[in-house]
Design a binder for this molecule. Sequence first.
Ligand SMILES: [Zn+2]
Length: 277
Amino acid sequence: MPRWPHDDPASLAAFYGDPETGEPGKRLVPVVPPFQMYYAGKPIQKIMFHQKAAGALAAALNDIWISCGRDQAKVDRLGISVFSGAYNPRYVRGYEPGNPQGRKPRWSNHAYGAAIDFDAEHNGFNTGHGTMPVMVIDAFKRQGALWGGDYQGRTDPMHFEFCSREPLAKPVAFAGVQADGDSDQDGAEEVAGSDAPAATAAGGAAPSAGGFFSRARNWIVTGASSVGLTGLGAMTNGEVVAMLLGFVLLVIVGGFLVALWLWGKQNVADFIAKHIA
Ligand SMILES: [Zn+2]
């Protein structure tokens, strides 16, 4: 199971809070970079980031600092000391309310406080991989973040975000993934639009309708993925039956143990003698 919420409005809002209510903005905490960073040429002391992703951001920045041999000059040369924005409660460009195309409004992942941009000047929207060093990309990916330079179609190499595009184990009720990601912060230069039109991943996780086995399989896969077990999607019908029987057995044995624990041995023995044996 991915560490970060799936990149769709419902999953993001469930995890980070709904930008509609301003919730993510109330859950920001300061991340102090281990090296000096600059915003619009001025030194900054901290980056405000969502509390659930702040530890991962700090870990990635520390990783980068160590990879640079704790050398500020090297960090500066790579452009990583140039901060180009993080939390920003705004919509994906082209997906604002009342947009002329009639698209459903969609919040930028910056509106969740879970995305950060570096060196917008050299890593602008749709500039391929920009100048983003592999070492930096790797540091963020080790924390499970996605990199905008990987997006299909139009890239956003300044951009990292703490969400996932792995296919969902269960169907979700939303109408396809629109573009998102994107860059900048209020006042930062306007490079962005939306990034990848990644309509593929999440939209593809459609449920196969009906049928006892497909329903049972869905139920098992969903339950298993919620406790971190994945890869159960390809079960045969026999395996589905075996798992269901196993589950029933577990409930019976578990119920017996709970009864023992709650009522004591003598009472359970009496109950069995009276009602079952
Ligand atoms: Zn961005």
